[in-house]
Design a protein around this ligand. Structure first.
Ligand code: SAM
Length: 235
């Protein structure tokens, strides 16, 4: 269970926020005396016992801290064209499970989602929750980074590392691209449902982002991102 408390110390008590408390007491129906594992993103699992549940607030006594590393040795950064509905949620959830360390949602010409600043901020908050629940589910105690929603050109200007642009028409198949340096961060750029426009394809290729394909079929955007991560993980 995630807690935003940055100073977790064995021997002390932690009061969980309303959401985590509800999850433990109402969804999981845990009671005083139940054992729980907390994490705050610092790379440790904190074993504890529920000491009290009062007015829907759960208090946990921390008994032990253990450094546990389930992180992938690879640094994968996904630049994902913002997709509609719950597709982004799916990409983030599965991306966390597959070990992605950084996500940047990108705005492109064919993005179906157009929001004002306030609503983008809400979306980011929602996506942060999706990332945290995925960490809880798969046992990651280091939380992947979620960058602000960024226009494509701005993201390109800030990029660093080895970048691959997932493109159905690319001549090179990603799985047979032999020059990936696994010691360095690997960035994957995936278009939204409608793909990248022609000028965007020109822009990314002009900026040394290598076009690669994932087989002969056109994949949905959420499939493409996960398939690309799996290709990297399997090498
Ligand atoms: N007609 C669009 C096009 O040609 O780009 C299809 C877009 S596809 C539904 C959404 C995104 O998934 C694409 O922008 C690309 O990044 C990725 N994608 C889908 N199929 C792919 C494939 N076979 N190889 C590489 N990337 C693919």
């Amino acid at each position: 269970i995630y807690t935003a408390d940055e100073q977790l110390q064995v021997g002390t008590m932690v009061t969980l926020d309303r959401e985590a408390s509800n999850h433990l007491s109402r969804v999981l129906r845990l009671r005083v005396g139940s054992e729980v594992v907390l994490f705050n993103g610092d790379g440790h699992d904190y074993q504890g016992k529920i000491e009290a549940i009062e007015r829907n607030q759960v208090q946990v006594h921390l008994l032990q801290a253990q450094e546990i590393n389930v992180e992938s040795p690879l640094y994968i950064h996904l630049y994902q064209g913002v997709s509609r509905g719950d597709k982004m949620d799916l990409t983030l959830q599965k991306g966390v499970e597959l070990g992605i360390k950084e996500f940047t949602p990108i705005i492109t010409e064919r993005c179906g989602v157009k929001l004002d600043e306030k609503r983008w901020a809400k979306k980011i908050q929602h996506w942060e929750k999706v990332i945290i629940s995925a960490c809880e589910q798969c046992g990651r105690n280091q939380i992947p980074k979620l960058n602000p929603v960024t226009p494509l050109s701005e993201a390109i200007s800030k990029r660093s590392g080895q970048d691959f642009f997932l493109h159905p028409d690319a001549e090179t198949q990603f799985k047979s691209y032999g020059a990936v340096n696994f010691e360095q961060s690997i960035s994957l750029w995936v278009g939204p449902e409608g793909g990248f426009s022609e000028p965007e394809v020109d822009e990314v290729t002009r900026n040394d982002i290598t076009p690669v394909a994932l087989g002969p079929r056109v994949l949905r955007t959420e499939t493409a991102a996960l398939a690309a991560v799996s290709v990297i993980n399997s090498v």
